[in-house]
Design a protein around this ligand. Sequence first.
Ligand code: SAM
Length: 283
Amino acid sequence: MKYRHSFHAGNFADVHKHVTLLALIAALQRKEKGFLYLETHAGRGLYDLHSADTHQGAEARLGIGLLQAAGGSHPQISAFLEALARARTNCHEPDAYAGSPVLAALSLRAQDRGVCCEIQAAECRALERALNIYPRMRCECIDGYQGLAAQLPPPERRALVLIDPPYEEQSDDLARAGDAIGKVLARLANAVVALWYPIKDDRDLAPWLARMAEQLPAPALVAELWVHPRDARVGLNGSGLLIVNPPYQLDVEMQEWLPELGAALGATRQGGTTVRWIAHEQH
Ligand SMILES: C[S@@+](CC[C@H](N)C(=O)[O-])C[C@H]1O[C@@H](n2cnc3c(N)ncnc32)[C@H](O)[C@@H]1O
């Protein structure tokens, strides 16, 4: 596998994914009962934005760089910026970018726990180091799809599953991740699942989303943020999250902060944001 997340750490798509992830965790934490946070494709947890690995944070400048310059007036956006600041303090790296395992680890309560899977050995070792100080989050150096089968259903009977594949082969990853959602729901029907997907070309994406809408046995919405025209040939035009079994009112809350996040990340001129139900809309 050639994919290294370091190149992309802190870009607009990471920021979109991570603000949404913290909103999901906060929504699950409205209930006292603990839950399992399970991540199938975890990455290394911390990224040095001065390193050659991240191209000295080139993509991050148009992601977290723009958001920090704009600041966040909505509480959900400020919560993300505060979590990132805490992660930086905890690792003594003022310019690090924190990936989803670290941001989630920071948010877990005593009654919650997390398991993060990463298949590449070097990335996984780095992840173990990054998570060392967070006792509620465990790291497994395995295929995340096998991790799903091993961890679900959890004794807590509540779970948030983040599926974030590398999309080296977009259609393969979309198909595999779509199947994985079905397997998660077969093991735990009320699991909240968030699947990140790239917006590169709607001609590939729309049929897949239509298939998902048809197949999903549970409520599902998509939240998208794009910074280039959706069919531009720049590589990555936008970032999408398919959220299955979204917590109550998440759609309404996202409608409040996603446009502000989009504006900060440059989604206004040629881009945009949307939150829409694709299956079994909840009222
Ligand atoms: C997009 S990155 C993850 C970024 C991370 N979720 C975040 O937001 O900080 C995808 C990661 O999945 C890993 N990976 C690829 N295939 C995998 C698999 N089958 N199981 C577990 N990890 C995998 C890659 O090595 C890469 O580190």
